[in-house]
Design a binder for this molecule. Structure first.
Ligand code: GLA
Length: 341
């Protein structure tokens, strides 16, 4: 007879970055928020020391996601946690590789479930530790040289709040919740998924190349970083003052900088941004690493449908596949959903 196996279910959200792109690995500021789309990890203690994992999302033969899981467990062990053999089952509502941090959601769901299994309380320090372990899982085990924003948003996000992250803080990234009352202001945040897919886990890809260019001090890339950091600070002020038009203008300026100075946009992102703004949005920008993925648009709630339809029509006119839209709002960070003995 087997002894009863403790099982823990945890969820961790994807994220959208409101503003502050390609600043995290440059010691700058960003303003992401956790969304309601999330990954759920069910973790069950095994009698042996193996890791076994299943996913309802993974395409047959795709083993990359397993490296994220193995990396998270390895990093938790390196941090001194005694992680036993586990069965790990994953399910997700975050579109995979779609710019909403499906990988951070996966990593953070596993890490949070393991914390639950070990009975470690999810206080702010533990959340920070887990965000760091998950980032290293991605950089050191998967080879995606990402900057840490996504994992912090997933672990430390809070209902109704964006998360100001300052990577310039010598004590490690400093995080400050920023109330983001968009719904109360009669506004909506519309994410438009272009359907163009990208991978950050590619050492020769554009993301890694941009990091190298920043490290080499390439002036145009650094001009984006400097102006973007200014825009993040201005965006926080605009939000505090309820100046939503100003926030929208900053978002659109961020897009122009990512397109022209940082050169990480693609025509599908540009068209979604231009069309949204032409249809009456307050502002719009690509969100995430770029080279595909999603835009985020700030729009009056009663105008969101018009904007979606305009973007769909513009894509159809070019013969591009219809984009997928999500209305998003800031939701809670990672949490343990249930524990069973
Ligand atoms: C990806 C990375 C983040 C960040 C953004 C760009 O989402 O995972 O760390 O660098 O790109 O802002």
């Amino acid at each position: 007879m087997h002894s009863p196996r403790p099982a823990v279910v945890a969820r961790a959200p994807g994220r959208v970055n409101l503003i502050g792109e390609h600043t995290d690995y440059n010691g700058g500021q960003c303003l992401p928020f956790a969304i309601r789309l999330a990954t759920t990890a069910t973790v069950t203690l095994r009698a042996d020391d193996q890791l076994r994992m299943t996913s309802t999302e993974a395409a047959p033969g795709d083993a990359l996601w397993q490296r994220y899981v193995v990396g998270v467990v390895a990093e938790l062990r390196a941090a001194g946690w005694t992680v036993p053999g586990l069965d790990i089952g994953l399910a997700s509502t975050v579109p995979l590789g779609g710019g909403l941090s499906s990988s951070a959601a996966l990593e953070c769901a596993v890490a949070t479930a393991v914390a639950g299994l070990l009975g470690i309380p999810l206080d702010a320090d533990t959340r920070r530790l887990l965000a760091g372990a998950c980032r290293r899982a991605e950089t050191d085990h998967v080879g995606a040289p990402t900057g840490g924003m996504d994992q912090l948003a997933s672990m430390l996000g809070a209902e109704g709040h964006a998360l100001l992250v300052d990577f310039a803080d010598p004590g490690g990234p400093a995080t400050t919740p920023v109330p983001l009352p968009v719904t109360a202001a009669g506004l909506a945040l519309l994410v438009t998924d272009t359907g163009v897919r990208h991978s950050l886990a590619d050492g020769d890809g554009g993301y890694a190349q941009r990091r190298r260019e920043c490290e080499a001090g390439e002036p145009r890339r650094l001009r984006h970083v400097t102006t973007e950091n200014d825009r993040v600070r201005a965006a926080v002020e605009a939000i505090d003052d309820g100046e939503w038009d100003r926030l929208g203008a900053l978002m659109t300026a961020s897009h122009a900088s990512l397109r022209d100075d940082f050169e990480v946009s693609v025509p599908q992102l540009d068209l979604a941004v231009e069309t949204a703004n032409g249809a009456g949005a307050l502002g719009s920008r690509m969100t995430g690493g770029g080279f595909g993925g999603c835009t985020i648009t700030l729009v009056a709630a009663d105008r969101a449908a018009v904007v979606r339809e305009a973007v769909d029509a513009a894509y159809a006119e070019r013969g591009w596949a219809r984009p997928v839209h999500h209305l998003v709002e800031p939701g809670p960070g990672a949490e343990v959903l249930s524990t069973a003995g």
